[in-house]
Design a protein around this ligand. Structure first.
Ligand code: ARG
Length: 588
């Protein structure tokens, strides 16, 4: 909140000392070591080095030109040429008062909104959403919320796998083995059964394989009967997906599956061939390296046994069918033409890294004028307690639906145990929020590129860095609210609130960094920054709550200040959890 103001003033001072300095690199950041102050800049050392100046001399010069006395204690120079800022208590009191009045929540909306397309979740038709789609769904939804909170335009796009070779087998299964009662009861399970059955038959009997292939060709050439069955499979899957998304509170602006791009694929390949980017190779068509990138960075080359070889990006198979790659090229083109995005994020697991590097590189060659940022926001796996990929006891992949049910059941046992007197419907509602919140948080908390071990006990624990702990902290921030009439009236607050106790000041300082934390999430695509921020907020609140009585404080001004701190903490914690996709509860 104050950070952008300090940064602006610092940049003005630097510009007056060094008129040619690149101000975009003159940044203010929260201090890594709180004993030095609240904020710091490290930029002067770099600027001095480039100019062969004495960094401490430059720091002194900038300090003299810096006008921040209305916000900070006198600015300190430390180390080789850091400037350290410590916010005055009076300023903290002013910012907390204005937040309590509802003027802001420590977040400054951007003045330069970007258009960000986020491709996430993207499950496959006729198959259940499994753990691999969980992280994509939670990460993508959270990133969309963070970008929106900061004032960016976001388009969320669910790139469903609704086209491709699996439909040949599904069509054979549909005609030979369909159990309509099972389909009505659990369509995805029945379609999954059909697929597995025919897949096994194909392995034993080449004539089944041929039939699957010819059904696929019929579908792709628009055979009305096959198209109707395919549409029904798609519709049934979408009902299941929508049901899960509703339970998770996840929304998409558009759902454009792979099939949407099918009519464009032949054109993509023709254009790439005409531009000399793709060429025929062993009956297929593929993109090869053009040698412009250093060998080690070139995704179209691979080192095998010490030798660099072609690692082509296949855009047409030898049987004439198109690839995942072709669809993704057409998709990129469509997104570019439709939304003119500044940034496109693809949220999938780590194994797709090569695919996206090849895609981005190929697209940039095809469309040299394309300048948007393309980012594969990849993530690691969820592991079972034995350290191997998370599976059910019988060795099957874990389905998201089952995971949600179990989370709610386990949370219900906890909630009912703690609040035996609540009506059962309310216990269920609280359990739903806690169970699903706990799953999401456990997934967002680790560095997204590391694998994490799934543990019910850990993610549902009421203490430690977990969603239930934060949801519980939230209920405490709301306890004054429940006292109604006894609490100080926050409608008319003084300009600045008296913040004196160490716990009050530390809580206030941390509240100020909410907006900065959200910005950090968007620059690295890492929601774990927000998780850790909220965990620390809850810790500081708890220190404050235990040491600074609110209603029992002697002095009315102190009562008001503390009540305002509770209110503002509550809003930041509630908003922060909401941005993680986690619902709050009033009691638990
Ligand atoms: N359907 C794919 C899968 O389940 C993910 C698609 C990701 N998005 C994309 N544009 N390729 O792995």
């Amino acid at each position: 909140m104050l950070l952008p103001i300090l940064q602006e003033r610092l940049q003005a001072a630097v510009a007056s000392a060094l008129p040619d300095a690149d101000l975009s690199r003159v940044l203010v950041r929260p201090c890594t070591n709180a004993t030095h102050g609240d904020y710091e800049t490290t930029a002067l050392m770099g600027l001095a080095k480039e100019r062969k100046m004495n960094p401490r001399q430059l720091a002194t010069d900038v300090q003299a030109r810096l006008d921040v006395a209305d916000i900070c204690e006198p600015v300190q120079i430390s180390g080789a040429g850091f400037l350290n800022f410590r916010i005055r208590s009076e300023t903290l009191g002013r910012v907390i008062a204005s937040a309590a009045r509802g003027d802001h929540l420590f977040v400054v909306k951007t003045t330069r909104p970007r258009t960000v397309v986020i491709d996430f979740s993207s499950p496959n038709v006729a198959k259940p959403l499994h753990v691999g789609h969980i992280r994509s769904t939670f990460l993508g939804d959270c990133l969309a919320r963070v970008f929106r909170t900061l004032g960016h335009r976001v388009v969320t796009d669910n790139h469903i796998g609704d086209w491709g070779t699996q439909f040949g087998m599904l069509l054979v299964g549909w005609s030979d083995h369909l159990d309509t009662a099972a389909l009505a009861a659990d369509p995805i399970a029945e379609m999954e059964r059909l697929y597995k059955l025919v897949n096994a038959r194909c392995k034993e009997d080449p004539s089944v394989r041929d039939r699957a292939r010819s059904e696929l060709v019929k579908l792709q050439s628009g055979d009305p009967e096959n198209l109707a069955i395919w549409r029904e499979m798609q519709r049934l899957s979408q009902v299941q997906f929508d049901n899960l998304y509703t339970r998770l509170g996840v929304q998409f602006d558009v759902t454009l599956g792979e099939s949407f791009y099918n009519p464009k694929l032949a054109g993509v390949v023709a254009e790439l061939e005409a531009a000399g980017i793709a060429r025929a190779s062993e009956g297929a068509v593929a993109v090869f390296s053009d040698g412009t990138l250093p060998t080690k960075e070139d995704p179209l080359l691979i080192n095998r046994d010490g030798e660099w070889q072609a690692n082509p990006f296949l855009v047409r198979k030898s049987d004439g069918g198109f690839n995942y790659a072709t669809t993704d090229l057409a998709t990129l083109e469509h997104r570019f033409n439709t939304w003119a995005p500044d940034e496109i994020l693809y949220i999938t697991g780590g194994p797709q890294q090569l695919h996206f590097r090849q895609l981005f590189q190929t697209y940039r060659r095809w469309r040299p004028g394309f300048t948007a940022r393309l980012e594969h926001v990849w993530f690691g796996s969820i592991l079972g307690s034995d350290g191997t990929p998370f599976k059910t006891r019988s060795g099957e992949t874990v389905k998201l639906n089952d995971l949600l049910l179990e989370a709610e059941e386990r949370a219900f046992v906890i909630v009912a145990g703690k609040n035996p007197d609540l009506p059962e419907a309310e216990q269920h509602e609280i359990a739903r929020r806690i169970g699903i919140g706990a799953l999401k948080y456990a997934d967002l908390l680790p560095n997204r590129q590391s694998d994490y071990v799934f543990s019910w006990d850990k993610l549902l624990a009421l203490t430690g860095n977990t969603a239930p702990y934060l949801q519980y902290a939230y209920t405490r921030t709301r306890s004054l609210q429940r006292k109604g009439g006894e609490r100080p009236d926050l409608a008319s607050l003084p300009d600045s609130l008296p913040l004196v106790a160490r716990e009050e000041l530390e809580l206030a300082r941390h509240l100020l960094n909410f907006g900065f934390t959200l910005e950090a999430v968007t620059s690295d695509y890492r929601p774990n920054f927000l998780c850790n921020y909220l965990y620390e907020l809850a810790g500081r609140f708890s220190q404050f709550w235990e040491n600074c009585p609110v209603l029992k404080a002697e002095d009315p001004a102190t009562r008001t200040a503390r009540a305002a701190l509770c209110e503002v903490t509550s809003r930041v914690l509630g908003t922060g959890l909401n941005i993680l996709g986690i619902e709050t509860v009033e009691r638990m």
